[in-house]
Design a protein around this ligand. Structure first.
Ligand code: AMP
Length: 588
């Protein structure tokens, strides 16, 4: 079906005067100019994300402006002004300093969306330490791997999460020197080798001077998944804040009086770049909801909190669509001005549904952990092509390329031809490496391009259209999942001989994780065994990463060199042609 372009009302253009013309804006743009929109540390001592996000507002006219409004699961509301946030993050920075935690040391956070997470993240950055978020729904195995790969020195978590997921791992993490527990005194008391977060915060001074920070100092470590091997630690530096700030204006249409809600969890990159940093650098108010998705709760939040800019994800939009437009119409969210979405393909129906439910289209945008910030977007001033990710932001050059066998790439210049989406390196929030994996990092680049691992097309007007992943990585409810991580965990079950894991298309979640398992001799497929293996995976990996489905198979197809042929498993699952199977083990 052909979807009509959604033309933006011309008055909308006036709200973004610097974007009157796409080509002109791009031509006039420079990152140096974008950097000038920020303060820098006093006395020219560099650039620190937390200064731009908190202290500069706390020292100015926004001191008493609401920075964060936290909505607890139980209905409690807690507000933090920029002044209060500055004092609390100072305390956390001092707390770290008092523990001997310094520049470059990794501070991991494992918590739901609670105020302490946001305070710790920004306090960590003030101290020059590196903020490393972990998704709270991860099971013990993904947590252990990331803490160990990232050389975690400090872990901030809640008492219940620690007891359930981390205590058993402690002996295998000798580098983890400090575990700070959030909870009531009753909850945190008498847990060996841990300290009480709140007690240490009370004891810490609420004045702190951010030490000189080089814009290239490491600030954030985000783990992301590949097809093979362990998760990759994408390293980001303080300078990324230039891109967070700029894209907040261009792709999210931030204005000074905005009330903004980013529904992403800070355990993933969107929840950090746009759930913590970008809105604060603009001095606007962010809503944080502790609870999980619930359509009516979300409508209530949009209406009652007078949200003006909403950044969400396709899975959530599809779940809201499922509840029906009548529910949407019960709520008058008349303050809402701009809706954006990221993380997975946003189907044209969802873009158009936005107009039915809220009178506003949904602006899809594209980026990934490695890019640190939004790269391609249907932005405020642009007409929207439903189903397209939009056009590259100013300062970003995107292309469609084909990898050649000799390692070079060929740029595909004709429109409508599928190839790999590539970006010219050089923007401030670009990752600076995969921690301890120089080779893996180098492999992402060829002929002056960063290769994203996504397949896409560009149309004649320069709009980009997502086609799929070039690799076997799975996107489920917006979360990137490495099949290898799932396979490795399942292999530890005593009955399992071999495993292949794929993403099975799903109308709501985009994809769900499905495992094909062959059993060791002496074990027979049965419903009980299936449940047991599913339970085993859930316990080790956590609900987001574990497979939702398991099929028992007599053997898992592999290449002659022993690589699992996930593509073949997927083709068989979907009833599609099997493609080239000449390398399949057993084929001649
Ligand atoms: P992550 O690094 O976890 O943020 O995942 C990044 C990946 O999510 C990208 O490489 C894409 O495969 C996918 N993705 C992100 N945004 C979009 C989008 N707007 N449309 C389609 N896929 C997207």
């Amino acid at each position: 079906m052909e979807w009509k372009t959604i033309e933006k009302p011309r008055r909308g253009w006036a709200t973004v005067p610097h974007l009157l013309n796409y080509e002109q804006t791009r031509a006039a743009f420079s990152w140096e100019e974008a950097r000038r929109a920020l303060d820098g540390l006093p006395q020219g001592q560099g650039l620190n994300i937390a200064h731009e996000a908190v202290d500069r507002h706390a020292a100015g006219s926004r001191r008493n402006h609401l920075a964060l409004r936290w909505l607890s699961k139980r209905g409690e509301i807690r507000d933090f002004t920029y002044g209060e946030l500055s004092a609390l993050t100072n305390r956390f920075a001092n707390l770290l300093k008092n523990l001997g935690v310094g520049k470059g040391d990794r501070v991991f956070l494992l918590a739901g969306r609670i105020p302490e997470l946001y305070i710790s993240a920004l306090g960590t950055l003030k101290n020059g330490s590196v903020f490393c978020p972990l998704f709270s729904a991860f099971g013990p195995e993904p947590i252990r791997q990331r803490l160990s790969l990232g050389d975690g020195k400090v872990l901030v978590t809640t008492a219940p999460l620690y007891k359930r997921k981390v205590a058993e791992l402690r002996a295998s993490l000798p580098g983890l020197q400090h575990v700070l527990l959030i909870g009531t005194p009753e909850e945190t008391r008498a847990i060996p080798d841990t300290q009480d977060f709140h007690r240490l915060m009370r004891e810490a001074d609420d004045r702190f001077a951010i030490p000189p920070t080089d814009p290239e100092d490491l600030a954030l470590l985000h783990f992301t998944s590949g097809t093979t091997g362990k998760p990759k630690g994408a390293m980001h530096v303080h300078q990324a804040v230039v891109a967070h700030h700029m894209t907040g204006i261009i792709a999210l249409d931030f204005h000074p009086s905005d009330i903004y809600w980013c529904t992403a969890d800070p355990g993933w990159v969107t929840g950090t770049s746009y759930g913590i940093i970008a809105p604060l650098t603009h001095g606007i108010t962010s809503i944080i909801d502790e609870a999980d998705f619930d359509a009516e709760r979300w409508y209530n939040i949009l209406r009652d909190q007078k949200v003006t800019v909403w950044y969400t994800a396709p899975t959530a939009v599809r779940m809201m669509m499922k509840v029906g437009a009548e529910v949407a119409r019960k709520y008058v969210c008349d303050r809402l001005r701009f809706i954006a979405s990221v993380g997975e393909p946003l189907n044209p129906e969802a873009v158009v549904w936005g107009q039915e439910a809220f009178g506003l289209p949904i602006h899809d945008n594209w980026w990934q952990t490695e890019t640190g910030g939004i790269m391609i977007a249907n932005y405020a001033a642009m007409d929207i092509r439903p189903g397209s990710m939009g056009r590259p932001l100013p300062g970003i050059e995107a292309g469609i390329v084909r990898r050649e066998k000799d390692g070079r790439v060929e740029v595909v210049s004709e429109p409508g031809i599928e190839g790999e989406l590539a970006l010219r390196p050089g923007w401030p929030s670009m990752f600076r490496g995969y921690l301890h994996e120089e080779e893996r990092y180098k492999k992402c680049f060829a002929d002056g391009w960063y290769l994203t691992g996504d397949l896409a097309k560009r149309d004649a007007d320069g709009y980009f259209w997502f086609v799929g992943r070039a690799d076997d990585v799975i996107k489920s409810s917006g979360h990137l999942i490495g099949p290898f991580e799932v396979e490795s965990a399942l292999m530890e079950h005593p009955a399992v001989a071999e495993v292949g894991v794929i993403g099975k298309p799903d109308p709501v979640a985009g994809e769900v994780v499905k495992a094909f398992v062959s059993l060791k001799p002496g074990h027979e497929p049965s419903e009980d065994l299936r449940r047991e293996v599913l339970g085993f995976a859930r316990k080790r990996l956590g609900a987001v990463v574990a497979p939702k489905e398991i099929d028992f198979v007599s053997s898992v197809p592999k290449t002659r060199s022993g690589k699992i042929m996930r593509r073949l498993l997927k083709a068989r699952e979907l009833g599609l042609p099997e493609g080239d199977i000449s390398t399949l083990e057993g084929e001649t």
